[in-house]
Design a protein around this ligand. Structure first.
Ligand code: ATP
Ligand code: MG
Length: 341
């Protein structure tokens, strides 16, 4: 069988089954801050424009955006991460609270809360200011973080590791997380949105969700065409002994490797593309929630591909709702899901 026949009615019923399921998300959380205004004059202090800020917008990013996607789909995200202390940590909590997310954050004195500030005037980014410390989280802080994870595991079927390379994912973190999951009676599945320098750390996980570039970098091989992507995927399976691999292909949709030799291609359903920011977060959030609700992997990826197709058609790091998913499934031509020969 070289094609997978999508049953619209079944997919629609699957969407209804997502509500109320829990997904544990552990990873680097951050605030995306946008300062917007006019730049009418040059500063008397230095030869730089003065931006008169008229709007100050804060959005949750990184692992927080994965949690936001789970929540919009009707799931219950449990978000565990680290932050600093003081007013910027309070800002992070407020921004998460605005999204209806109750995080469990280990506060680390002296460590900055990750905030990325963009200054925008006349639709143009003038400056980005990063506040972060990406050094590894270890010692008592890692112990605290993992204690929170341990408490959450009792009723968790899926753990999403959202690695933005800001210090949470280390060898020790991955080893201890894997051991805790293996020992848990719920046998949670670990899904990882990878960061290239950490690739070697994701040993034995249920599935990774790299994009094409990360697939190439993780394998140390080119990934410019189907043959190369298959070879790169096979190399990743050999290196990490993961169970499955989902390579997201941008405008080409995604390739799900059930095994190195059993791959399915799901083409994108996007009708229009405005902003691809955060589409990777949408993919792992949707797959995670679908698996938590008991759906099979291929069907979970097909739903994630619909969700990604919806968010790339919206401006900013958007999220897809169950209604939008149902509308897309009901009205769009079903994607031709074929085996990648
Ligand atoms: N240009 C595009 N046209 C159509 N669909 C797209 C496009 N870009 C992304 N998508 C959809 O979004 C999914 C994830 O996108 P992509 O492969 O770009 O992930 P990513 O690079 O991890 O994203 P992110 O920038 O959020 O990390 C794809 O599998 C596809 O369904
Ligand atoms: Mg990504």
């Amino acid at each position: 069988m070289n094609g997978y026949t999508i049953d619209k009615e079944r997919l629609l019923a699957s969407v209804a089954g997502l509500a109320g399921n829990e997904v544990l998300i552990v990873g680097d959380v951050m605030v995306d801050e946008y300062l917007m205004g006019d730049a009418e004059r040059i500063s008397p202090e230095a030869p730089v424009p003065v931006v008169h800020v008229t709007e100050d917008r804060h959005l949750v990013g990184g692992a927080g955006n994965v949690a936001r996607n789970v929540r919009t789909l009707g799931g219950v995200p449990r978000l565990i991460s680290v932050c600093g202390t003081g007013t910027r940590a309070a800002l992070l909590r407020r921004v998460l609270d605005n999204e209806g997310i109750e995080p469990q954050l280990v506060e680390i004195p002296g460590r900055p809360t990750t905030i990325k500030t963009r200054v925008i005037a006349r639709q143009q980014q003038m400056l980005r200011i990063d506040r972060e410390d990406a050094s590894p989280v270890g010692g008592v802080h890692l112990d605290r973080l993992l204690a929170l994870v341990q408490d959450a595991l009792a009723d968790t079927r899926v753990v999403v590791v959202s690695d933005y390379g800001k210090g949470i994912v280390t060898a020790s973190f991955m080893e201890r997380l894997s051991a805790m999951c293996a020992a848990s009676s719920t046998r949670p599945l670990i899904l990882v949105d990878p960061k290239t320098p950490n690739f070697h750390l994701y040993k034995g996980v249920h599935m990774l969700t790299p994009n094409t570039k990360e697939t190439s970098e993780g394998a140390g091989l080119p990934a410019g065409n189907r043959e190369q992507i298959r070879a790169a995927a096979a190399a990743i399976f050999r290196k990490l002994d993961c169970e499955h691999l989902l390579t997201t292909l941008g405008p080409q949709g995604m390739a799900l490797f059930m095994t190195p030799d059993d791959a399915w291609h799901v083409p994108t359903v996007a009708q229009k593309v405005y902003d691809v920011t955060g589409a990777g977060d949408t993919v792992i959030a949707t797959v995670g929630l679908c698996l938590a609700s008991g759906l099979p992997l291929l069907e979970s990826c097909i739903l994630a591909n619909y969700a990604a197709g919806i968010v790339v058609g919206q401006v900013g790091a958007a999220t897809a709702s169950p209604d939008e998913l149902r509308h897309a499934i009901a009205t769009l031509d079903v994607p031709q899901v074929n085996r990648w020969q």
